[in-house]
Design a protein around this ligand. Sequence first.
Ligand code: IMP
Ligand code: MG
Length: 183
Amino acid sequence: MLNDMLNDIDRVLLSKEELDETVKNLGRQITEDYKERNLLLVSVLKGSVVFMADLMRAIDIPCRIDFMSVSSYGSGTKTSGTVRILKDLDIDIEGYDILIVEDILDSGKTLSYISEILLARNPKSIRICTLLDKPDRRQVDLTAEYTGMTIPDEFVVGYGLDYAEKYRNLPFVGVLKPAVYEK
Ligand code: IMP
Ligand code: MG
């Protein structure tokens, strides 16, 4: 039940309405910047699916989409440092202007790994669009060209983001009570 999930949330960071506004603004910027380009949105599964679904509809120019999946986390709340490709892209990205769509930029290890792999395939350009950014936790030198919101160093769930594969379907982004993962 929804109530069971809500009990685990300390507070709401981004409400449905704030997410809506944030995504619309990102969509407007991307629409402007990619007018004369060959845009391919690359969503990193699974955390970014909700964001991707909303963002693509906030973009007003022709674009294509593709998905890739990597694992870095297991069920903990900190990065393991190793990143594995679980599902690769379907599209040959040579000549495309790639925009990687991520849920959250934390240590930066996942995205720097993905960017490196994709760069080697000769796209025209690569940029990163992340819904959330936790700059305090960065371990590699990486910044996103598009950021929805910068947040403090707390573990968040909802709007696609999970803890142990749970809470992804919450319609807002909330801070998970530490008691939930310290158990
Ligand atoms: P990074 O490699 O440390 O930047 O990890 C990025 C990935 O870690 C994200 O795509 C998320 O899957 C996961 N992650 C990092 N912080 C959080 C969080 O606060 N909540 C949920 N997932 C997170
Ligand atoms: Mg993720």
